[in-house]
Ligand binder design. Structure first.
Ligand code: ADP
Length: 626
């Protein structure tokens, strides 16, 4: 029979498995058993939704048998089985699901050591059998078909599939254990005691009985017989008493189930009793997956009812703003043969989702208050998600999310909550000041921050595109208005100072008008600044659209030319030498004055990180005046 070749990436993984020097080879059994358990889940699901006659969940089991003479371990299940096409698809190519991140890591072509680490962290699935077996056969019959097939492979040189006879629906996997070598002992996997230990260690929570034949003696005689012994306790981790499960157990379950190599930042356990009965184990990851902020990422929690999985990813259980949460919800209230469509409108499900949202919120708040460093780590990864949450749906979620936000404060010189900012405001301060820029360093050097800082007031530095929208949606916080430091009136001056400034503005009107005329349509206004101290100019804006929003709109695909523009305002520092020079030129040499206007405006653009139209002209003008 012609051998079929594995797909390239499968070959690569197989190669890795066969030649693995990984010390925890024992995990192969966990992988094979978890596939068996998934297959039974699928069969249960089909039976429940189609209302199969005489269906009994207790009929399901996973059987593990050892044959020392033949050197085989056999794992059989009465799950859903596979059709010929599924065999090809599933075992001829590397599976899409969990192995994906593994694949990404592999393509970097890293050293063996790194790869070994990955084997330990992730389930690498079916192929891990080749860490201990020189040959593997898979005999299977699908619930959808009357035919049965045997898939067989000795490793990288490919696999064969042939017809066979099999009475029961399900799958039987036979692993032919490798002979011992000088460095490796494989015999240990043929000892029942060792295999039982491995099952207990990794597969104790599997919801179906994992049985092994146990040799018994008929009392009072020498006659032997075998009886099935169930090895696992079958209680899923989320169903167990809190006191019986350690943090490490939860973290291990999380990493294995959700394919993360990092411990979660927080495990949330819920045991709700009353009108709604459910248990939940939720995880807040410590790192955002690479695909997190893309369409590829899918939110949702696994949904079980009475320990049967009915949905791997139930989206309705999580609000968008907490879509980073992973976990499991198990409720006895949901009807067993509920269909996915009905589920979406289920009232109880909605209620559970509401409770979960509240709980997630309160746990995040606790983390923020009690374990600040951890929270900041979380916020670096998922803060952007919370901000999107504030602005989405016209701000209806803002009450839930606002107190979870952190911004850098120039006064505290660290990340603070809005509440911390407001409660440390001096009495004289009326506004919550904020400045928008690309980075903390860039904002920190903006000339217009000077006056606010000099007053001893803090400024919140907004470094994300969405931040200005957040501020707009919030409007106020603890009755304090937000104030962009680009605004004309920052409320820093006394009435006298204001009158003084107005007088000065009036006196300088001719020259300000001249500057406006020289710059034409580029700017909406030119005015004397109230906030500049050591710098000669800065750029501000008037109206709803700020300079930063303009930059953001310009960055959107296809928007470069048509993007909405901010109404630009040029502010000049009336006390600066540059202004004196401009004044002098205005009186004596108008041509030179026009050039100075252009230089000052370009300087303002540069400081504001805005594109300049004509860099060459600017360079020429500067050189000319030197
Ligand atoms: P993963 O479990 O991460 O999807 P595997 O390589 O372990 O990857 O398995 C590939 C696929 O083969 C599974 O997704 C499943 O569809 C199928 N499969 C494996 N073992 C069984 C089994 N015992 N019964 C039915 N299908 C199975």
């Amino acid at each position: 029979m012609a051998k079929k070749q594995f797909k390239t990436e499968s070959k690569r993984i197989l190669d890795l498995m066969i030649n693995s020097i990984y010390t925890h080879k024992e995990i192969f059994l966990r992988e094979i058993i978890s596939n068996a358990s998934d297959a039974i889940d699928k069969r249960c699901y089909v039976a429940l939704t189609e209302g199969a006659e005489g269906f009994d969940r207790t009929d399901f089991k996973i059987r593990v048998e050892i044959d020392k003479e033949r050197r085989t371990i056999t794992v059989s299940d009465n799950g859903i089985g596979m059709t010929r096409e599924e065999l090809e698809e599933n075992l001829g190519t590397i599976a899409k699901s969990g192995s994906l991140s593994f694949k990404e890591n592999l393509s970097k072509d890293e050293k063996d050591e790194k790869e070994i680490d990955i084997i330990g962290q992730f389930g690498v699935g079916f192929y891990s059998a080749f860490m201990v077996a020189e040959k593997v056969t898979v005999t299977t019959k699908s619930i959808k078909s009357d035919e049965a097939f045997v898939w067989e492979s000795t490793g990288v040189d490919g696999y064969t599939i042939r017809d066979c006879v099999k009475d029961e629906v399900g799958t039987t996997i036979v692993m032919y254990i490798k002979p011992n070598t000088e460095d490796e002992v494989y015999d240990e996997f043929l000892r029942p005691y060792r295999i039982k230990g491995i099952i207990k260690k990794y597969s104790d929570y599997v919801r179906y009985p994992i049985v092994m034949p146990e040799e018994k003696t008929v009392e009072g005689t020498e006659a032997k017989y075998y009886e099935d012994e169930t090895i696992n306790s079958m209680v899923p981790i989320w169903q167990r008493n809190k006191s019986d499960v350690t943090d490490e157990d939860c973290a291990a379950f999380y990493k294995e189930t959700f394919y993360d190599i990092n411990d979660p930042v927080k495990v949330i356990r819920i045991n709700a009793e009353g009108s709604l009965n459910y248990k939940a184990m939720l995880f807040i990851p410590s790192k955002a997956p690479m695909t997190y902020y893309t369409k590829e990422y899918q939110k949702g929690l696994a949904l079980y009812t009475s320990s049967v999985m009915i949905m791997e990813r139930c989206e309705e259980l999580l609000p968008e703003h907490f879509r980073f949460v992973k976990g499991v919800v198990d409720s006895d209230n949901l009807s067993l043969n509920i269909s996915r469509e009905i589920l979406q409108h289920d009232r109880q499900l909605k209620q559970i989702a509401n409770n979960l949202e509240k709980k997630i919120k309160s746990e995040l708040k606790k983390l923020l208050l009690n374990e600040r460093e951890k929270y900041e780590g979380f916020f670096t990864e998922f803060g952007l998600q919370l901000k999107y949450g504030v602005v989405s749906d016209y701000g209806v979620h803002k009450d839930t999310l606002t107190d979870l936000l952190l911004y850098y404060s120039s006064f505290a010189e660290k990340m603070v909550t809005l509440e911390e900012y407001v409660s440390s405001m001096p009495e004289s301060q009326q506004y919550i000041y904020y400045a928008r820029g690309e980075s903390i360093a860039k904002i920190n050097s903006l000339p217009q921050t000077e006056a606010v800082k000099e007053k001893g007031y803090g400024i919140l530095y907004l470094t994300d595109d969405v931040d200005e929208f957040v501020v707009n949606i919030l409007g106020t916080f603890m009755e304090k208005e937000f104030k962009n430091i680009n605004d004309k009136d920052l409320g820093l001056e006394s009435d006298e100072e204001k009158a003084e400034a107005e007088k000065k503005e009036e006196e300088n009107k001719p020259i300000l008008d001249f500057v406006k005329e020289a710059l034409g349509e580029e700017v909406e206004f030119v005015r004397l600044s109230h906030k500049l101290k050591s710098h000669p100019v800065c750029l501000a804006s008037e109206g709803e659209i700020t300079l930063e929003m303009e930059k953001y709109f310009k960055s959107l695909p296809g928007e470069k030319e048509n993007a909405i523009k901010a109404r630009r305002v040029l502010e000049l520092n009336g006390d600066h030498r540059a202004f004196e020079a401009l004044k002098k030129a205005f009186e004596e040499d108008k041509e030179k004055a026009v050039k100075l206007c252009k230089i000052l405006y370009t300087e303002a653009l540069l400081i504001a990180d805005m594109p300049i139209e004509n860099a060459v002209e600017f360079a020429q003008l500067v050189s000319e005046l030197m």
